[in-house]
Write a protein that binds this ligand. Structure first.
Ligand code: NAD
Length: 225
C-alpha cells in the first residue's frame, strides 16, 4: 500500500485531500500543528526531520507528499508589519524547502514519488493586500519547477496547484463585502469546494499523471480568464 503525507490537514482543503487519498487506497499520514497523529510545525526543519522519520517508521515509505499547510496574514503593504511578512514566508515557503528536501530524499532513494504543492492564483497573478502571501506562493512555483528538474530522472513528479477561492475556514475570514467582490469576478459565480481540489490531487498522485511534472495547474472557475 502506498503512503501519502498531507500537511496542514486538520481542516479545510487538507482534510478533503486526506479523505480522497484514503478512498483512493493510500495510507495517509495526517499532519497539522496539533490534534492529529503527525503533529509538527512544518516551518521548523528539525520538526520536519522528526515528522518524516515518524511517517517512514510507521509506513515504510513516502510515495506522495502534499505540501498543503499555509497561512494568510493579509493587509495592505503600507501597513504590513515585518512579522506579518516573515511569518507567512516561514510557513508557506520554508516548509516547502524542508519537506521537499527531507521527504524528497526518501523518494530519491525509492526512485519514485509525487510531490504536490499548494500555490495560489495570488502567486501567479498577484493580489492587493497579499504582498507576503503572493511572494510565498510565487516562490512555491519556482521551487516546484526547480525540484521537478532535479528529480525527473529519478521518477519523481513535482507539480503545483493554484486554486482561486476555495470555501474553507481561510476564506471564511473575508468580510461579506470582500466575498461579494470576489464572487462577481469568478466566471462560475461560486467558490471552489475543497473536494474539487482533492480530485486534482488524486489525479496528480495517481497513475494517469505519471508523465506530468513541473506544471502549475490553476483551478479557479474562470477567475483568471
Ligand atoms: P486553512 O486555514 O483552512 O487550513 C490550513 C491548515 O494548515 C490549518 O489546519 C492549520 O492549522 C495548518 N497549519 C498552519 N500552519 C501550519 C504549520 N506551520 N505546520 C503545520 N500545519 C500548519 O487553509 P485552506 O484554505 O484549507 O488552505 C490550504 C492550502 O491551500 C494553503 O496552502 C492555502 O494557502 C492554499 N490555498 C487556499 C485557498 C483558499 O481559497 N482557501 C486558495 C488558494 C490556495
Amino acid at each position: 500500500m502506498k503512503t501519502a503525507l498531507v500537511t496542514g490537514a486538520g481542516q479545510g482543503i487538507g482534510a478533503a485531500i486526506v479523505e480522497r487519498l484514503k478512498a483512493d487506497g493510500f495510507n495517509v499520514a495526517v499532519n497539522d500543528l496539533k490534534d492529529v497523529e503527525f503533529s509538527a510545525d512544518v516551518s521548523d526543519y528539525a520538526a520536519c526531520e522528526a515528522l518524516v522519520k515518524a511517517v517512514k517508521d510507521k509506513y515504510g515509505s513516502i510515495d506522495v507528499l502534499v505540501n498543503n499547510a499555509g497561512i494568510t496574514r493579509d493587509g495592505l503593504l503600507a501597513r504590513m508589519s515585518e512579522e506579518q511578512y516573515d511569518s507567512v514566508i516561514r510557513v508557506n515557503q520554508k516548509s516547502i524547502f524542508n519537506l521537499t528536501k527531507l521527504a524528497g530524499g526518501v523518494m530519491l532513494r525509492q526512485k519514485s514519488g509525487r510531490i504536490i504543492n499548494l500555490s495560489s492564483v495570488a502567486g501567479v497573478h498577484g493580489n492587493a493586500g497579499q504582498f507576503n502571501y503572493s511572494a510565498s506562493k510565487a516562490a512555491v512555483i519556482g521551487m516546484t519547477k526547480s525540484a521537478a528538474k532535479e528529480f525527473a530522472s529519478r521518477g519523481i513528479c513535482v507539480n503545483a496547484i493554484a486554486p482561486g477561492f476555495v470555501e474553507t475556514p481561510m476564506t471564511a475570514q473575508l468580510t461579506e463585502e470582500q466575498q461579494a467582490a470576489i464572487l462577481s469576478r469568478i466566471g462560475m459565480k461560486r467558490y471552489c469546494q475543497p473536494e474539487e481540489i482533492a480530485g486534482l490531487v488524486s489525479f496528480l498522485a495517481g497513475e494517469d499523471s505519471k508523465y506530468i511534472t513541473g506544471q502549475v495547474i490553476e483551478i479557479s472557475g474562470g477567475l483568471t480568464l
